[in-house]
Unconditional design. Structure first.
Length: 349
């Protein structure tokens, strides 16, 4: 990106300027110290020569020795200047390379954030445009049909309502992402029994659980975690809803929690279609949806849920991982701290 390259160049110049100012000050100090020492030594030698008695007629010899001492001082001064010049040229070259490296490292998180923001904007625009395009096409076709019946009009309105529902779902997901990017309000952080989080999440998904005839096995003791109850419930709802979508009728979803030192380990395990190994590294990316062949049924969604789940975990200084085997099931494993204060400011990743 040109903006990053330009910023890196300017930052490199600043770093290099600082390095060269330090190098020049060091060189000046070294030159003054070294030259003063050499000059002092030469003056002592000249004074010793002047004090040494010489036979009559040998004064010219003494003057020659004094001149030789002065010449040596000039040569030493010249040699010192050349060495310091070489040192500063080397510092300029090596410092330039180091400054560029440091500038790129400094701007790397900003560049990644800008690239992620660009991808997010492009993906969001695409996802928003898809239902709008479908609605527009249907309406234009209907308007050109001069014999449009009431039945066809009702079917068109029903289809448009479905597209509007998709837009509402997408907008809600984007708003949830934005809300969690702003961090958590520390005033909402409390000690929460894991069982309460599980039960609240299950209550919100009673209808799809019954509709798909999914059995639920909840294994939670007296463990508690420190966090925001609403967002942690949202986290489990996302994982549980994901499990329900990809689980066959009559299968079992298991919710478990176990203490682990200063943390609590939670898991949401299903017996569904699983996730391909090639999809696993990307499932927490925004707008990423795994191969549609994962489920025999059409599963609606925009690939925001697991991204939101990842953000919630990061805000609570926890960890999330997934184990999955195609056609056997998927297990999402969480680790949440018992007492650590969740992040107030945004945590990316």
């Amino acid at each position: 990106m040109k903006l990053i390259q330009s910023a890196a160049f300017r930052l490199t110049m600043w770093y290099l300027g600082i390095i060269m100012v330090i190098s020049l000050l060091f060189s000046f100090a070294l030159y003054r110290t070294s030259y003063d020492q050499m000059s002092d030594t030469a003056h002592r030698q000249e004074a010793a020569v002047q004090r040494f008695p010489v036979p009559l007629g040998m004064e010219a010899r003494r003057d020659a020795i004094t001149q030789a001492i002065d010449d040596q001082l000039d040569e030493a001064q010249h040699s010192l200047l050349l060495r310091l010049l070489a040192l500063n040229l080397s510092t300029l070259l090596l410092g330039g390379a180091a400054a560029w490296f440091l500038a790129r490292r400094t701007l790397e998180p900003i560049e990644e954030a800008m690239e992620a923001q660009g991808r997010f904007t492009a993906d969001a625009s695409h996802e928003l445009r898809t239902p709008l395009t479908a609605m527009r096409s249907e309406i234009e076709v209907a308007l050109r049909d001069k014999q449009l019946s009431v039945t066809d009009a009702r079917a068109l309105l029903d289809s448009n309502l479905e597209e509007i529902a998709k837009l509402e779902a997408l907008s809600a997901g984007l708003l949830r992402l934005a809300r969690f990017e702003n961090g958590l309000d520390l005033s909402t952080v409390i000690d929460i029994p894991v069982k309460d989080i599980f039960e609240a999440a299950v209550d919100r998904l009673q209808t799809p659980l019954k509709h798909r005839d999914i059995n639920l096995d909840m294994q939670a003791g007296d463990e508690t975690v420190a966090g925001d109850q609403a967002s942690l419930t949202e986290l489990i709802v996302i994982l549980l809803d994901n499990a329900v979508k990809y689980s066959p009728a009559g299968s079992t979803i298991t919710l478990t929690s176990k203490p682990a030192g200063n943390s609590v380990r939670l898991s949401v395990a299903d017996q569904g279609s699983g996730i391909k190994a090639s999809d696993l590294p990307h499932i927490f990316d925004r707008f990423y949806r795994a191969d549609r062949s994962r489920s025999k049924e059409k599963v609606e969604g925009y690939g925001l849920g697991l991204s939101i789940a990842k953000r919630i975990i990061n805000l609570h200084h926890g960890e999330i991982a997934v184990d999955s085997t195609p056609d056997q099931g998927t297990t999402f494993k969480l680790r949440l701290p018992v007492t650590q204060t969740p992040a107030k400011h945004p945590v990316f990743g």
